[in-house]
Design a protein around this ligand. Structure first.
Ligand code: CA
Length: 228
Protein backbone atom coordinates (compact mmCIF):
# COMPACT_ATOMS: atom_id res chain seq x y z
CA UNK A 1 0.00 0.00 0.00
CA UNK A 2 1.44 3.36 -0.94
CA UNK A 3 2.06 5.95 1.75
CA UNK A 4 -0.37 8.84 1.79
CA UNK A 5 1.29 12.24 1.72
CA UNK A 6 -0.61 15.47 2.30
CA UNK A 7 0.91 18.54 0.67
CA UNK A 8 -0.27 21.76 2.30
CA UNK A 9 0.71 24.59 0.02
CA UNK A 10 -1.16 27.65 -1.24
CA UNK A 11 1.24 28.40 -4.11
CA UNK A 12 -0.18 26.38 -6.95
CA UNK A 13 3.08 25.97 -8.90
CA UNK A 14 4.93 24.58 -5.91
CA UNK A 15 2.03 22.33 -4.91
CA UNK A 16 1.87 20.93 -8.45
CA UNK A 17 5.62 20.36 -8.55
CA UNK A 18 5.55 18.50 -5.24
CA UNK A 19 2.50 16.47 -6.17
CA UNK A 20 3.91 15.45 -9.55
CA UNK A 21 7.22 14.29 -8.08
CA UNK A 22 5.71 12.48 -5.12
CA UNK A 23 3.25 10.67 -7.38
CA UNK A 24 6.23 9.64 -9.53
CA UNK A 25 7.77 8.13 -6.37
CA UNK A 26 4.68 6.02 -5.91
CA UNK A 27 3.07 7.93 -3.04
CA UNK A 28 -0.58 8.82 -2.96
CA UNK A 29 -0.84 12.59 -2.70
CA UNK A 30 -3.50 15.04 -1.61
CA UNK A 31 -2.99 18.79 -1.95
CA UNK A 32 -4.60 21.21 0.52
CA UNK A 33 -4.53 24.95 -0.15
CA UNK A 34 -4.94 26.16 3.39
CA UNK A 35 -4.66 25.16 7.03
CA UNK A 36 -8.34 24.40 7.53
CA UNK A 37 -8.38 22.01 4.58
CA UNK A 38 -5.23 20.35 5.95
CA UNK A 39 -6.80 19.68 9.34
CA UNK A 40 -9.93 18.31 7.66
CA UNK A 41 -7.86 16.02 5.44
CA UNK A 42 -5.97 14.58 8.42
CA UNK A 43 -9.17 13.83 10.28
CA UNK A 44 -10.88 12.33 7.24
CA UNK A 45 -8.28 9.74 6.24
CA UNK A 46 -5.02 8.18 7.43
CA UNK A 47 -2.00 10.38 6.72
CA UNK A 48 1.55 9.01 6.66
CA UNK A 49 3.42 12.27 6.16
CA UNK A 50 2.67 15.96 5.73
CA UNK A 51 4.61 18.61 3.84
CA UNK A 52 3.44 21.77 5.52
CA UNK A 53 4.02 25.30 4.24
CA UNK A 54 4.48 27.82 7.05
CA UNK A 55 2.73 30.81 5.45
CA UNK A 56 -0.81 29.69 4.71
CA UNK A 57 -4.21 31.34 4.39
CA UNK A 58 -6.70 30.95 7.28
CA UNK A 59 -4.68 28.86 9.76
CA UNK A 60 -0.89 29.14 9.39
CA UNK A 61 1.45 26.18 9.22
CA UNK A 62 2.72 26.43 12.77
CA UNK A 63 -0.80 26.36 14.16
CA UNK A 64 -1.68 23.42 11.90
CA UNK A 65 1.40 21.58 13.12
CA UNK A 66 0.57 22.22 16.75
CA UNK A 67 -3.04 21.14 16.30
CA UNK A 68 -2.03 17.92 14.54
CA UNK A 69 0.53 17.07 17.19
CA UNK A 70 -2.14 16.95 19.87
CA UNK A 71 -3.53 13.81 18.23
CA UNK A 72 -1.19 12.42 15.59
CA UNK A 73 2.36 11.08 15.31
CA UNK A 74 3.02 10.99 11.56
CA UNK A 75 6.08 12.91 10.33
CA UNK A 76 5.61 16.57 9.44
CA UNK A 77 8.13 18.39 7.26
CA UNK A 78 7.72 22.15 7.45
CA UNK A 79 8.33 24.12 4.28
CA UNK A 80 9.16 27.80 4.55
CA UNK A 81 10.01 30.66 2.23
CA UNK A 82 12.13 32.15 4.95
CA UNK A 83 15.49 30.79 5.95
CA UNK A 84 15.38 32.22 9.46
CA UNK A 85 16.81 30.02 12.17
CA UNK A 86 14.06 31.28 14.49
CA UNK A 87 11.40 29.92 12.15
CA UNK A 88 13.11 26.58 12.08
CA UNK A 89 13.36 26.33 15.84
CA UNK A 90 9.72 27.37 16.25
CA UNK A 91 8.71 24.76 13.66
CA UNK A 92 10.54 22.04 15.55
CA UNK A 93 9.09 23.20 18.85
CA UNK A 94 5.62 22.92 17.35
CA UNK A 95 6.43 19.24 16.78
CA UNK A 96 7.67 19.21 13.19
CA UNK A 97 10.18 16.46 12.38
CA UNK A 98 12.10 18.28 9.71
CA UNK A 99 12.30 21.66 8.05
CA UNK A 100 13.08 22.66 4.47
CA UNK A 101 13.52 26.12 2.99
CA UNK A 102 12.25 27.38 -0.36
CA UNK A 103 13.66 27.29 -2.93
CA UNK A 104 14.48 23.62 -2.43
CA UNK A 105 15.71 21.01 -4.86
CA UNK A 106 12.97 18.54 -5.63
CA UNK A 107 15.46 15.68 -5.23
CA UNK A 108 16.26 16.84 -1.72
CA UNK A 109 12.59 17.15 -0.88
CA UNK A 110 11.84 13.65 -2.14
CA UNK A 111 14.86 12.26 -0.26
CA UNK A 112 13.65 13.83 2.98
CA UNK A 113 10.14 12.49 2.51
CA UNK A 114 11.54 9.03 1.88
CA UNK A 115 13.81 9.06 4.92
CA UNK A 116 11.13 10.48 7.23
CA UNK A 117 8.77 7.71 6.18
CA UNK A 118 11.47 5.10 6.61
CA UNK A 119 12.31 6.33 10.11
CA UNK A 120 8.65 6.38 11.08
CA UNK A 121 8.24 2.80 9.85
CA UNK A 122 11.37 1.68 11.72
CA UNK A 123 10.18 3.31 14.90
CA UNK A 124 6.77 1.68 14.58
CA UNK A 125 8.33 -1.78 14.24
CA UNK A 126 10.34 -1.35 17.42
CA UNK A 127 12.15 -4.16 19.20
CA UNK A 128 10.92 -6.48 21.87
CA UNK A 129 12.85 -5.03 24.73
CA UNK A 130 12.30 -2.94 27.80
CA UNK A 131 14.81 -0.36 29.03
CA UNK A 132 14.72 0.96 32.58
CA UNK A 133 16.46 3.55 34.70
CA UNK A 134 15.23 5.20 37.87
CA UNK A 135 11.49 5.67 37.48
CA UNK A 136 11.67 5.57 33.66
CA UNK A 137 10.54 2.54 31.68
CA UNK A 138 10.82 2.48 27.91
CA UNK A 139 8.97 -0.27 26.08
CA UNK A 140 10.37 -0.61 22.56
CA UNK A 141 7.72 -3.03 21.33
CA UNK A 142 4.84 -0.81 22.43
CA UNK A 143 6.75 2.34 21.62
CA UNK A 144 5.81 3.69 24.97
CA UNK A 145 7.68 5.52 27.70
CA UNK A 146 6.53 5.78 31.29
CA UNK A 147 7.73 8.01 34.06
CA UNK A 148 6.71 6.87 37.54
CA UNK A 149 4.09 4.62 35.93
CA UNK A 150 2.55 7.40 33.88
CA UNK A 151 2.73 7.22 30.05
CA UNK A 152 4.47 10.27 28.59
CA UNK A 153 3.58 11.48 25.13
CA UNK A 154 6.89 11.62 23.24
CA UNK A 155 7.36 12.65 19.62
CA UNK A 156 9.14 10.01 17.49
CA UNK A 157 12.51 11.81 17.64
CA UNK A 158 12.22 12.35 21.37
CA UNK A 159 11.47 8.68 21.83
CA UNK A 160 14.50 7.68 19.72
CA UNK A 161 16.71 10.07 21.65
CA UNK A 162 15.55 8.66 24.96
CA UNK A 163 15.95 5.12 23.67
CA UNK A 164 19.55 5.71 22.55
CA UNK A 165 20.53 7.56 25.71
CA UNK A 166 18.92 4.92 27.89
CA UNK A 167 20.50 2.04 25.95
CA UNK A 168 23.89 3.71 26.55
CA UNK A 169 23.24 4.66 30.15
CA UNK A 170 26.21 6.41 31.76
CA UNK A 171 28.05 6.76 28.45
CA UNK A 172 28.62 10.18 26.89
CA UNK A 173 27.13 10.47 23.41
CA UNK A 174 28.37 13.32 21.27
CA UNK A 175 26.02 15.28 19.05
CA UNK A 176 27.30 13.69 15.87
CA UNK A 177 26.53 10.17 17.11
CA UNK A 178 23.08 11.26 18.22
CA UNK A 179 22.46 12.90 14.85
CA UNK A 180 23.52 9.76 13.07
CA UNK A 181 21.45 7.45 15.26
CA UNK A 182 18.28 9.50 15.53
CA UNK A 183 18.18 11.38 12.24
CA UNK A 184 20.01 8.81 10.13
CA UNK A 185 21.40 9.95 6.82
CA UNK A 186 19.95 13.43 7.01
CA UNK A 187 23.23 15.29 7.10
CA UNK A 188 21.37 18.58 6.61
CA UNK A 189 19.98 18.48 10.16
CA UNK A 190 22.13 20.79 12.27
CA UNK A 191 23.34 20.17 15.80
CA UNK A 192 21.04 22.80 17.28
CA UNK A 193 18.14 20.54 16.36
CA UNK A 194 19.38 18.01 18.90
CA UNK A 195 19.38 20.62 21.64
CA UNK A 196 15.78 21.56 20.83
CA UNK A 197 14.72 17.92 21.05
CA UNK A 198 16.71 17.35 24.24
CA UNK A 199 14.95 20.32 25.84
CA UNK A 200 11.54 18.99 24.89
CA UNK A 201 12.45 15.53 26.14
CA UNK A 202 13.55 16.96 29.48
CA UNK A 203 10.32 18.89 29.81
CA UNK A 204 8.45 15.64 29.44
CA UNK A 205 10.46 13.26 31.59
CA UNK A 206 12.33 15.32 34.15
CA UNK A 207 10.76 16.45 37.38
CA UNK A 208 12.79 19.66 37.13
CA UNK A 209 13.79 20.22 33.47
CA UNK A 210 16.07 23.09 34.51
CA UNK A 211 18.07 20.77 36.74
CA UNK A 212 17.82 17.39 35.02
CA UNK A 213 18.40 14.15 36.83
CA UNK A 214 18.41 11.84 33.79
CA UNK A 215 19.33 13.60 30.56
CA UNK A 216 22.59 15.30 31.48
CA UNK A 217 24.58 17.78 29.42
CA UNK A 218 28.29 17.02 29.13
CA UNK A 219 29.76 20.40 28.27
CA UNK A 220 31.57 20.63 24.99
CA UNK A 221 30.73 17.03 24.13
CA UNK A 222 27.09 16.07 24.15
CA UNK A 223 24.71 14.24 26.44
CA UNK A 224 24.48 11.21 28.64
CA UNK A 225 21.84 9.42 30.60
CA UNK A 226 22.72 9.74 34.28
CA UNK A 227 23.35 6.51 36.17
CA UNK A 228 21.17 5.88 39.13
CA1 CA B 1 2.56 29.95 1.38
Amino acid sequence: MSARVIVVEDEEDIATLMKHNLLAEGYSVEVCEDGVMALDAVRREVCDLMLLDVMLPRVDGKEVCRAIRRDYDFPIIMVSARSGEVDKVIGLEMGADDYITKPFSILELVARVRSALRRAAGEARGKDEILRAGNIVLDRARHEARVAGRVVDLRPKEFSLLEILLANKGRVLDRDSLLEKVWGEDEYIDRGTIDVHIRRLREKIEEDPGSPRYVLTVRGVGYKFGME
